[in-house]
Design a protein around this ligand. Structure first.
Ligand SMILES: Cc1ncc(COP(=O)(O)O)c(C=O)c1O
Length: 439
């Protein structure tokens, strides 16, 4: 046995040592697809509110917010108090139903329009996976229609046509990972986001085989055009197809009831997570009683029973934390603040780009933002490819140099812990970053 590497605390040498160790023990030196390698940035030591501090002692305004999980910011006092209190009582009871899980499910049912019954999972990927399984069981059909460029998690369908670089004719699926069974690829249909006519044509043609139409109501950073969600709702309903809203990003963020509340279109099933967990691993699939009851274990053994289970689902600790997240989001003015932050950031970026003559536009809804380096309107994945990805990364690297953190190349998130003054400071840094992108 090799002795564990001693990593000295504090100072640049420990960051260097950890960086070397990361390269040695993690594939690519990173934790996943987001290649925010330690040598690109910093190693966080602590965080509070809207700020993170690195082990080298540098302070960063956090606009990644834990990939959208930290809607309250880091270490919100109410959430930490709920976690501390639950830790003293016991944090996990496996599949024993806890008061925390029951109360949390009831809160979700009360705020999400489509929710009658709730099933918990640990990640968003599991939630969308289960939603599609429920849809197949409910309809007795196999095919799934998803929109090009949408992400629904790390499972097979989640990464089909996630980021294709060639323009195959719709509805041809293009896998973005090796190892996906051919049959699954062939049973996935792809449509362009925001193109209701094309989506409806595909649905009409394939209607007897389609179990579900799944979408991100706000696809990555692209808002739905007026009528798109409504049209999908009408068409899927007419053909008995389950409409699934993947609300991992929009849930508990655009409004308490998510995008379905914000846009006023109610799906059959919805998946939530991210913000709900406030940084802890919890997600849920929820929907109407008839569909959701298919995973009632008393159906076990019947041909329509849907298997859904997980060792870590709705741990008492995490459910207690999620309850406090929802309670905090229900305080008056919470969503007004989240939207005001996002509006100020997007409008500020647009104004700076106009003034500097930079061809770019800020996208996003609510407390999210993304600067696309193109003046071509972005309405779907193919039009999003006009945006200059290299410039975006250079912009994010310049922001990082100035102490504003966004995962390079990604959408940014804001939280209740951010103030309008934080946004103004970020805009000042953005203006300098935009003029120094070649440096
Ligand atoms: C829209 C959407 N769906 C699903 C997922 C997968 O969630 P998780 O990473 O919790 O598995 C994500 C994650 O980024 C997402 O943005």
């Amino acid at each position: 046995m090799t002795a564990a590497l001693h990593v000295p605390e504090g100072g640049a040498s420990s960051e260097d040592e950890l960086t070397r160790l990361a390269r040695d023990v993690l594939p690519g030196g990173v934790l996943g697809k987001f290649r925010f390698a330690v040598e690109d940035g910093f190693i966080p030591a602590s965080a509070e509110g809207a700020y993170m501090t690195s082990i080298a002692g540098d302070r960063y305004l956090d606009m990644s917010c834990g990939g959208g999980t930290l809607v309250l910011g880091h270490r919100h006092p109410a959430q930490m108090a709920a976690v501390d209190a639950q830790l003293l009582k016991g944090h996990h009871y496996f599949s024993v139903v806890t008061e925390q899980a029951i109360r949390l499910a009831a809160m979700i049912r009360n705020v999400i329009p489509c929710a009658e019954l709730v099933r918990f999972a640990a990640t968003g990927s599991e939630a969308t996976y289960y939603a599609l399984r429920l849809a197949r069981a409910h309809t007795g059909r196999d095919k799934v229609l998803k929109f090009e460029g949408a992400y629904h998690g790390n499972h097979d369908i989640g990464v089909i046509s996630l980021s294709p670089t060639s323009d195959a004719p719709f509805p041809t699926p293009q896998p973005n990972s090796a190892g996906i069974p051919r049959e699954l690829i062939d049973s996935t249909l792809i449509a362009p986001f925001n193109d209701l006519t094309q989506a409806q044509e595909i649905i009409e043609r394939e209607r007897d085989g389609i179990a579900a139409v799944i979408l991100e109501p706000l696809q990555r950073y692209i808002p739905p055009v007026p009528g798109f969600l409504e049209g999908l709702r009408e068409t899927t309903e007419r053909h008995g197809i389950c409409l699934v809203f993947d609300e991992l990003v929009t849930g508990f963020r655009l409004a308490l009831g998510g995008a379905q509340d914000y846009y006023g279109v109610v799906p059959d099933l919805a998946c939530v997570g991210k913000a709900l967990g406030g940084g802890f691993p919890i997600a849920a699939v929820t929907g109407g009683r008839e569909i959701m009851a298919l995973c009632d274990p008393k159906e076990g053994g019947s041909s329509h029973y849907v298997y859904q289970s997980g060792t870590l689902n709705a741990q008492a600790l995490i459910a207690a934390s999620a309850i406090s997240v929802i309670e905090t989001l229900t305080t008056p003015g919470a969503f007004e603040h989240l939207h005001a932050l996002g509006n100020r950031m997007r409008e500020g970026l647009d104004e700076i780009c106009r003034r500097l003559g930079i061809r770019a536009k800020a996208y996003g809804v609510g407390p999210t933002w993304f600067l696309a380096f193109t003046d071509h309107p972005i309405v779907d994945h193919r039009s999003s490819r006009a945006a200059d990805a290299k410039k975006l990364k250079a912009f994010h690297h310049q922001l990082l140099k100035r102490g504003v953190f966004v995962i390079p190349g990604n959408k940014a998130y804001l939280s209740l812990a951010h103030s309008l003054a934080d946004i103004d400071r970020a805009l000042e840094d953005a203006e300098v970053a935009l003029t120094q992108m070649d440096g």
